[in-house]
Structure formats: structure tokens, C-alpha cells
Design a protein around this ligand. Structure first.
Ligand SMILES: NC(=O)c1ccc[n+]([C@@H]2O[C@H](COP(=O)([O-])OP(=O)(O)OC[C@H]3O[C@@H](n4cnc5c(N)ncnc54)[C@H](O)[C@@H]3O)[C@@H](O)[C@H]2O)c1
Length: 321
């Protein structure tokens, strides 16, 4: 079974390839443009590790180039697509919306077009908890209205969801949407809280804490995320419109200030903090209802936050030695 993982040099893509490649019936293909949104060395280091895997191969490719994507699909007889390549991050979408339009909307359109052209068996794609915007009923269920995005990043992902639904409806293309809730873990993203906080504490620099650290996030350990992906790969929704959407979250929300405290405990160092107001586009709280996914796959993955952060800090110290 030939499986394509887009964004394979990225954080979740890297872990997804590692997990899927353990199944020797799978032949995994990775593509990524290795852009410089954050340190390219980290992306290359991830691919260096993946290079050693026998049933895996990497191609540097930009998903905004339809013709190259088309040739790639034809040549490699792709049967399943796990689409993770995107311009991630809420805050950057305030100042650079064009990157989100190009990579997340045009890029996604190319992926779904080519998936439909070659009649792939299952397209799984990354969405985000940001699509929920500001809600007042928690935990968040998949069926609530998502028509009021607070950022262009969220808007770009909502557009992916609606495009995918229409392709499922018109062409019966099996599509599964994964709404990820703040994913963290080793080889994580340097633009996200855990990596940023750890770096600032370690270098004794000032850490900016928005909304006094009262933001609440449903933190999800990356191994749990890839375990869910692994379980879903061969389970497209059997329905006349084969479209499904799942929250991928822990259902254990935590305030950012407590999250920071666990990081400090692991590093055995204290943060130097400046308290700032809430930022534009930010969501106050996320809290995933994960009953739907657990029922669908009849399994549950839920690494405790303390263990997950410890794993990250152990990796972080080793990686930056
Ligand atoms: N990490 C999270 O907490 C989180 C939360 C919600 C949603 N997501 C979504 O999950 C997916 C993976 O996120 P991640 O955290 O691994 O981010 P990441 O930035 O580490 O990975 C994305 C990868 O896609 C690549 N990419 C971007 N544009 C591309 C293009 N045009 N062509 C080819 N490759 C391209 C990047 O180089 C990068 O390596 C993204 O779609 C993101 O929006 C992540």
C-alpha cells in the first residue's frame, strides 16, 4: 500500500512517517518544500533520521506546483494521502495572510484535485482546533457551527474542510478531517509555546506571557496523534458521502501558567516573565471532546501531560547539547 505523507519534514509529519513505516506492508513517500518558516536545520535533521527507514523515500516538492504533484502521483501509484503540509501558526496569519492563502488554500486544492484524479482510497488531512473560534460550550464537539473563525489561519482550514466535503459529495472521495488540538512532543515546532518557553528559560531570557497565562489549551502528545492517524488510515468512512471529521485532542485542558510550571520543574529553572494582554486572533480556551474518535476506532490514546513534557525536555536538552 503506497502512502503519501505531505509535510514529512515537519513536526507531525516526521512522527507520522516513523509510526506508519513500522508496518512493512506500507510503502511510505514523504514530500516537503522545507521552507524557512522556522529553522530549516530541524526539518533536515528530521529527514536525516527518516532516511534510514527502508520502506520510506523523500522528495523535495512544493504542493503549490500542480504539474509536479501530478507527475509524482502518477509515478508512485499513491493510494492513501495524509496531508499535513501547510503554513501553520495563528499569529503569523495576522501579518502574512498571503502565505496561508497559497499553501493552505491553493496547496490543499492541488492535493484534493490530484487525489481525485488518481482515485485514491483515502485522503486524511490536518485541520485545527482554531476552527472552533470563540465558543462557550465545552468540551467542543465536532458538530458545532464553525462559521466564525478568529484568524485567517482558521479560515484557511475551514475552507479545506468545506472543499473536502464537496469532493466527498460529488466524487465520493473518502476524506477524513483531523482537527488537531495543540500538539507537542520531541522534535516539536520552535514557534510553539513548549519549545519557545524551554529555550527562553534555558537562555535566561524574558518570556512574554499573554493573557497572564490564563489561556487554556487541550495539549495533545504527538505519539497519541500518530497512533490515531495509524488507526484511521485504513478506516475511511463508509457512507454515501464518505466524509468524516474528528477532534484529535486529549480532553484534559490545562492553563498555560500550569503548563509553564511543569516546564520549569523539568528544567529545574525559573522563567523570567513579562505579562502581556491577549493577542489578536487568539482563542481563550480549547477543550476537545474526543468521544467520537475513541468510539470510531474503539481505542483511546492519552499520554499524561507531565510525562509528555518530560519526554520533550529530555529530547530538548540532548538535541541542544
Ligand atoms: N502542531 C500543532 O499543534 C497543530 C495544531 C493544529 C493543526 N496543525 C496542522 O497540522 C499540520 C502539521 O503541523 P506541524 O505542527 O507538523 O507543522 P510543521 O510546520 O512542522 O509542518 C508542516 C510542514 O509542511 C511543509 N510545507 C509547508 N508548505 C508547503 C508546501 N507548499 N509544499 C510542501 N511542503 C510544505 C513545511 O516545510 C513543514 O515541514 C499542519 O497542517 C498544521 O496546520 C498542527
Amino acid at each position: 500500500m503506497n502512502i503519501l505523507v505531505t509535510g514529512s519534514s515537519g513536526f507531525i509529519g516526521f512522527h507520522t512517517v516513523k509510526k506508519l513505516s513500522k508496518n512493512k506492508n506500507f510503502k511510505i513517500f514523504g514530500i516537503d518544500n522545507q521552507n524557512n518558516y522556522y529553522d530549516v536545520k530541524l526539518k533536515r535533521d528530521r529527514e536525516e533520521i527518516l532516511k534510514k527507514i527502508k520502506n520510506y523515500s523523500f522528495t523535495k516538492l512544493d504542493i503549490t506546483n500542480f504539474s509536479k504533484l501530478n507527475t509524482f502521483f502518477k509515478k508512485n501509484k499513491i493510494k492513501i494521502v495524509i496531508h499535513l503540509a501547510a503554513q501553520a501558526g495563528v499569529r503569523d496569519s495576522v501579518t502574512n495572510p498571503n502565505k496561508y492563502f497559497t499553501n493552505n488554500i491553493i496547496g490543499f486544492f492541488n492535493i484534493i484535485q490530484v487525489s481525485n484524479l488518481y482515485k485514491i482510497k483515502h485522503l486524511l488531512f490536518a485541520s485545527t482546533s482554531s476552527v472552533y473560534g470563540s465558543q462557550n460550550k465545552f468540551p467542543l464537539k465536532e458538530n458545532v457551527d464553525i462559521n466564525k473563525p478568529l484568524s485567517f489561519y482558521a479560515a484557511s482550514k475551514i475552507s479545506n474542510e468545506t472543499i473536502a466535503y464537496s469532493y466527498s459529495n460529488i466524487f465520493q472521495l473518502p476524506c477524513t478531517c483531523l482537527r488537531f488540538f495543540t500538539v507537542y512532543g520531541p522534535y516539536g515546532r520552535p514557534d510553539m509555546a513548549l519549545y519557545k518557553f524551554a529555550s527562553l528559560i534555558k537562555t535566561r531570557k524574558i518570556l512574554k506571557l499573554y493573557n497572564k497565562g490564563n489561556h487554556i489549551r487541550d495539549f495533545t502528545y504527538v505519539d497519541d496523534v500518530v497512533n490515531y492517524i495509524y488507526e484511521l488510515v485504513k478506516k475511511p468512512y463508509k457512507h454515501k458521502i464518505p466524509y468524516n471529521v474528528f477532534n484529535i485532542g486529549s480532553n484534559r485542558p490545562e492553563t498555560l501558567k500550569n503548563f509553564l510550571k511543569i516546564i520549569e520543574d523539568n528544567l529545574k529553572m525559573k522563567a523570567k516573565i513579562t505579562y502581556l494582554d491577549i493577542q489578536k486572533g487568539d482563542i481563550y480556551k480549547t477543550h476537545a471532546d474526543n468521544l467520537k474518535i475513541n468510539k470510531y476506532i474503539k481505542k483511546r490514546f492519552n499520554t499524561p501531560l507531565k510525562k509528555g513534557i518530560k519526554n520533550f525536555i529530555d529530547w530538548f536538552i540532548e538535541y541542544h547539547k
